[in-house]
Design a protein around this ligand. Structure first.
Ligand code: ATP
Ligand code: SF4
Ligand code: MG
Length: 320
């Protein structure tokens, strides 16, 4: 399958009074067209930073230090603001984390469609915008007549998330990136959104990239997965293989604790210790202070991504 987006050695930091937070530390992965890619990790592991760096939507106190984000043969990190505007939303759309709060409480949903179209300098007639909004709201299985003329507070969390997905599709992007699309929703609504995203992917031939802290959601929705620990990708591969037979000691700990949570909560082992501060992360392999297999070289140099086969990669010296 064709690689549609290629992220190479992406490094981004936040500048704070205490120093620099190394939240995305040399991250690489390829996204194949018309597949679903999950980026999974614990809270504060750097998931949002990775996708905000990829889409150049990081906050002002951040800095991209190096890397490439190749789309259609061009490095997005080298484009001008004007060139980027043409790609954003029209080719690559992003539904940020907690985007529901970004809906303007004083504006009806239809006005959010007007605003989005105007903001992208499109010469659409008003009736075209309404038609498009109706079509997209129906596509996410909401009732256009009702929802388009509602204010955000009149909608449930799940409905708002569907509205945001509809809005993100307004210029027919090829790639849709979603940050925690199902968090803060009840289990049934989560399942509904997952099914909806699967259907949209098929119907619109979308490539989906999403971030989640929930392995079950990743298992349900994604074809491929990258596991993030302390600003690094530690393991990548087909979701089913990685979850069935995790190779990195961190992924093993994560998957084991979830399996024991389901099968025998009494025996839950977990991973000893806590994730490190990204202000002053451990040298070498950032997992080394918590790893049962740690050896001298782990403390010195960050392990590269070793290929296990054409499909799977692991950043761990055990697979040298
Ligand atoms: P969550 O699952 O909670 O959304 P995450 O995996 O998306 O977490 P990030 O939001 O990428 O994690 O944060 C990675 C690290 O960067 C954390 O230590 C966080 O505190 C820090 N961080 C995030 N945004 C900023 C910011 N604007 N300024 C300073 N530090 C930040
Ligand atoms: Fe453990 Fe070393 Fe592998 Fe890191 S590189 S996960 S410390 S064995
Ligand atoms: Mg996040």
């Amino acid at each position: 399958m064709r690689v549609i987006l290629s992220i190479n050695n992406l490094r981004a930091v936040y500048l704070v009074r205490e120093g620099t937070i190394k939240a995305c530390d040399g991250v690489s992965f390829d996204i194949e067209e018309n597949t679903v890619y999950a980026i999974v990790g614990e809270s504060a592991s750097g998931k949002s930073t990775i996708i905000e760096a990829m889409t150049l939507t990081l906050p002002p106190n951040s800095k991209i230090l190096e890397g490439e984000v190749i789309y259609n043969g061009r490095d997005l990190l080298k484009l001008s603001e004007n060139e980027l505007r043409k790609i954003r939303w029209s080719e690559i759309a992003l539904v940020p984390q907690a985007a529901q709060q970004s809906l303007n409480p004083t504006m009806r949903i239809i006005d959010h469609f007007f605003d989005t179209v105007y903001a992208h300098h499109k010469n659409w007639q008003n009736n075209e915008i309404v038609k498009k909004a109706e079509e997209l709201i129906a596509l996410v299985r909401l009732d256009p007549k009702n929802v388009l003329y509602s204010f955000p507070h009149q909608l449930s969390g799940g409905m708002k998330q569907r509205v945001l997905i509809a809005l993100s599709l307004v210029f027919k992007p090829k790639i849709l990136i979603l940050d925690e699309p199902t968090s803060a929703l009840d289990v049934l609504t989560q399942a509904y959104i997952i099914q909806l995203l699967k259907d949209l992917k098929k119907q619109l031939k979308l490539t989906l990239i999403f971030v989640t802290h929930d392995i079950a959601v990743a298992a349900e929705l994604s074809d491929r997965i990258s596991v993030v620990y302390a600003g690094n990708i530690v393991e990548s591969g087909p979701t089913r293989d990685v979850l069935k037979d995790p190779k990195h000691p961190y992924t093993q700990g994560l998957v084991n604790s979830i399996m024991s949570l389901i099968s025998d909560p009494e025996k839950i082992k977990g991973i000893p210790g806590d994730p490190p501060s990204l202000l002053d992360p451990p040298s070498g392999c950032r997992f080394h202070p918590r790893c049962t297999y740690v050896r001298e070289e782990c403390k010195k140099e960050k392990p590269p991504m070793y290929s296990l086969n054409s499909n799977r990669k692991v950043a761990c010296y055990l697979y040298k």
